[in-house]
Design a protein around this ligand. Structure first.
Ligand code: GTP
Length: 411
């Protein structure tokens, strides 16, 4: 893994963890709101249930006390009665009962408020949020919930409508209501602080676990980066040792040692499958004169250029070009006599076409090569040396007959 790859992975990892944390935080806040809404819903249902019970009995009589005075807004006969033993009682209708419950529930932190568009009691007038909720009910919405502020304090707010039933009409018929109408609603407000404590605890927990996971992931990534860096360092060393052992340092062609091992292997394979194996010996013409004329450094450069040109023609795994020694190159190829002749001619032309000046050459202005070609189908009575010897002889022929040509010998 390269350093830049490691950095990209590290950044991706941090991004992934951050994304997950963000998702979890959002989910937690969303669920907190859902739980608060559910709690408010249950609270609302309880109040409605108690109101129904009250309405079912046409209200209930309770003793008149300092805190429970007769309801001035309840205009019904026998609102106040006296028992036979002189105790004074007053009728508590659902609205009055709800108001008393609302005053009592303040202590628990959860507040609720009975309200409507046109309340008999001024205290029941809706606030801004409740007015909007009432409008929403009129447009068919079943309930409204959100986070809101009351006197600067944050609350989870919930509100659902109250529908007019028979018992409501006792007091509200004179306001023009009919059974089934939306008369108003009850809003329930739960202080955010009562739930935020749990939420913050969970968020803290999430942040810590994500930080630990991110840290551990980074350490694992770093360790694997270091391990891989050490491994590739070792591989590089092994590779350069291999290269030193099998590559010629001047031309970067396989060297004589590699050539020997390759030839043994290919000879055996050709023997097994009975296919031909061919060889070309290549020698630069008048190279001594080249060196003498242009200097040894230029001679080295010429060797590298010729090697580079020849190398281009050897891509197949069964073929090899190696530096045989000095200014000699050797080709081994899995092909027959005809094919190798064609290849040898291509190589000769390729070097000639380099048009590398050779001022001391006696046959051309440019560097040229002579080539000796031989081909054989291996048999048990034949050896590789016989192929090598024939190629050598063919090279000798090429030199003797004028250079810059391909010589050929039969075995
Ligand atoms: N610059 C350089 N010269 C080398 C290297 N290896 C061998 N030589 C030279 O190659 C020359 C080979 O010369 P000869 O074998 O006499 O043959 P030639 O001059 O090429 O003549 P012909 O082969 O007959 O065309 C020698 O002068 C070697 O010193 C090398 O690695 N670098």
């Amino acid at each position: 893994m390269r350093r830049i790859t490691f950095l990209v992975y590290a950044v991706l990892w941090i991004l992934l963890i951050s994304l997950n944390l963000y998702q979890q935080v959002t989910d937690t806040k969303h669920y907190a709101q859902k739980i608060a809404t559910r709690q408010a819903e249950m609270f609302f249902d309880h109040i409605v249930l108690i109101r129904k019970w009250n309405a079912l009995h046409g209200g209930v009589y309770v003793p008149i006390t300092e805190t429970t005075q007769p309801n001035p807004y309840l205009d019904v006969p026998q609102r106040d009665v006296e028992t036979t033993d002189g105790k004074r009682l007053t009728l508590i209708n659902p609205a009055y009962m709800t108001r008393q419950l609302a005053e009592m529930s303040d202590d628990s932190g959860i507040a609720f408020h009975v309200t409507g568009f046109n309340p008999i009691r001024p205290e029941n007038r809706p606030d801004q949020w409740e007015s909007e909720a009432l409008l929403a009910f009129q447009q068919g919405q079943k309930s409204v919930s959100s986070i809101g502020t009351i006197n600067g304090q944050s609350f989870y707010r919930y509100m659902a409508p109250l529908h007019v039933d028979q018992s409501c009409l006792v007091c509200h018929q004179r306001q023009g209501y009919r059974e089934g109408d939306i008369r108003g609603g009850i809003s329930v407000s739960i202080p955010s602080a009562s739930i935020d404590g749990f939420v913050n605890e969970r968020l803290e927990h999430l942040t810590i676990t994500h930080a630990i996971v991110a840290f551990v992931g980074l350490i694992v990534l770093l360790l694997s980066y270091l391990a891989q860096a050490r491994l590739s360092q070792r591989l590089d060393k092994a590779k350069s040792r291999m290269q030193l052992a099998y590559l010629d340092s001047l031309t970067l062609l396989p060297n004589r040692r590699y050539y020997d091992a390759f030839v043994k292997r290919e000879w055996k394979r050709a023997l097994r499958h009975k296919y031909p194996i061919s060889m070309i010996m290549i020698d630069i013409d008048f190279f001594k004169l080249y060196n003498d004329n242009l200097g040894h450094i230029e001679g080295d450069h010429c060797l590298r250029q010729v090697a580079k040109t020849l190398k281009r023609f050897f891509r197949r795994p069964g073929d090899l070009i190696a530096r045989y020694g000095g200014e000699e190159f050797c080709v081994v190829a899995a092909c027959d006599a005809e094919q190798i002749m064609v290849l040898a001619e291509i190589l000769r032309k390729a070097v000639e076409n380099m048009r590398l000046p050779h001022p001391a050459s006696k046959i051309s202005e440019f560097v040229t090569i002579s080539l000796g070609v031989a081909s054989i189908v291996p048999g048990d009575d034949l050896s590789f040396e016989s192929l090598l010897h024939a190629a050598d002889q063919a090279l000798y022929d090429a030199k003797a007959t004028g250079r810059n040509r391909v010589g050929k010998r039969r075995i």
